[in-house]
Design a protein around this ligand. Structure first.
Ligand code: GLY
Ligand code: MN
Ligand code: MN
Length: 375
């Protein structure tokens, strides 16, 4: 068995095969894919304009009639990235796909109703009266929740770049009183690039002192001071896959209040991680973690959901929240990120990226969760 999936090409045909089963279940003859992330998942294409038609017919020629359309800028790229599918070149990509579906007299065409605009939908109907367009939201997203070996390898590498970036920032003494949130953010990002990140996963959060009470604070020229909590929420992008981690550190000797709130969030985060298993309902995972904070009387200060799926997007299905629906499956990659935020005082969040497994979750974020004191 080959242990290194990082350099291999994903099995896109297998992904399209899995989608075909869902199309049959949903009673459609084909799916018009216009979401570029879903299209990348199904084909490997990374250009900025494309549409794809995946036939549901579970026949030998279903792949032959699956077609991708992009515009002239991507003629070479589509041939390289998608050598296994018929490619059409047209500026109005979805229009060309609908035209083909009409020529082939396909009956019911599923479309991504959570992505397609009202105007686009009207355009499809006006263009091709012989077809019936059926709203089929979230089908590819459903498949994307469970990661294959290739995807886990990319996520593992992205999480390792995040861990190593933070370690390098601390080793170089770049997180210290007197530096600004913006300087720390840029140095952390640079360190992740040095450890293989191709880009950052999202805008890096560095929040010091009272700013740590703002869950998604944007780095400013605020100067770090002794006694501050410093909350760092950041991630690396590798092979299209995002990592996501948060650590909250203290500059100088922590106060009793800081130790207390940190220990509370750490216990909540552990409870959330321990609740991850195949078959568990997502709202039960949220409750396992949230109840720890509620029992301490701070439930109102945990102002967001517990976590989210992560993969080709930084935030993807499943959402792990109080009102979340659905159950987890083995192979789903998620974050667990409780926080407690005292407005005007400071806050703590601790976040890891993990994969749900039969024998217990696989932790991809390996930085210690003990309270780090920066002297
Ligand atoms: N920073 C985005 C998140 O943690 O979800
Ligand atoms: Mn995060
Ligand atoms: Mn997150």
């Amino acid at each position: 068995m080959c242990a290194d999936h990082a350099g291999q090409r994903p099995d896109y045909a297998a992904r399209r095969g899995a989608l075909r089963s869902l199309l049959v279940e949903n009673g459609v003859d084909a799916l018009l894919v216009t979401d570029l992330v879903n299209l990348r998942y199904l084909t490997g294409f990374t250009g900025s304009n494309a549409a794809l038609l995946v036939h549901s017919w579970d026949m030998r020629n279903a792949e032959d009639r699956t077609v991708i359309c992009t515009d002239g800028r991507y003629q070479t790229q589509v041939a390289e990235q998608v050598p296994d599918l018929r490619a059409e070149i047209a500026k109005a990509t979805a229009r060309r796909i609908v035209e083909l579906a009409g020529e082939w007299q396909l009956g019911r065409i599923g479309y991504e109703s959570h992505i397609v605009t009202v105007d686009q939908h009207r355009g499809f109907i006006e263009q091709c009266t012989g077809l019936e367009f059926v709203a089929t939201p979230g089908l590819v997203e459903q498949l994307r929740m469970v990661k294959d070996a290739y995807e886990i390898a990319q996520l593992t590498a992205a999480c390792a770049a995040g861990d190593a970036g933070l370690a390098t920032l601390l080793e170089r003494g770049l997180l210290r009183p007197g530096r600004t949130e913006k300087q720390v953010a840029r140095d952390l990002e640079w360190a992740m690039f040095e450890h293989g990140a191709e880009a950052v996963s999202f805008d890096t959060i560095v929040a010091a002192g009272v700013n740590s009470a703002v869950p998604h604070h944007r780095p400013t020229d605020a100067v770090l001071a002794t006694g501050d909590f410093v909350k760092l929420d950041f991630g690396a992008l590798i092979g299209g896959y995002h990592s996501d981690m948060t650590r909250t550190l203290v500059l100088g000797k922590p106060s009793d209040w800081q130790r207390e709130v940190y220990a509370l969030v750490e216990a909540s985060q552990r409870a959330g991680r321990e609740a991850l298993r195949p078959g568990v309902k997502v709202d039960e995972v949220d409750a396992a973690s949230r109840s720890v904070i509620e029992a301490a009387g701070h439930g109102k200060l945990f102002v967001h959901g517990l976590g989210h799926g992560v993969g080709l997007q930084i935030h993807e299905a499943p959402g792990i929240a109080k009102n979340g629906t659905g159950t987890l499956l083995a192979g789903v990659a998620v974050t667990v990120e409780p926080g407690v935020y005292f407005p005007g005082r400071g806050g703590v969040r601790i976040e890891d990226t993990l994969v749900v497994r039969e024998g217990g979750p696989e932790l991809l974020t390996n930085t210690s969760k003990d309270l780090t004191v920066v002297e």
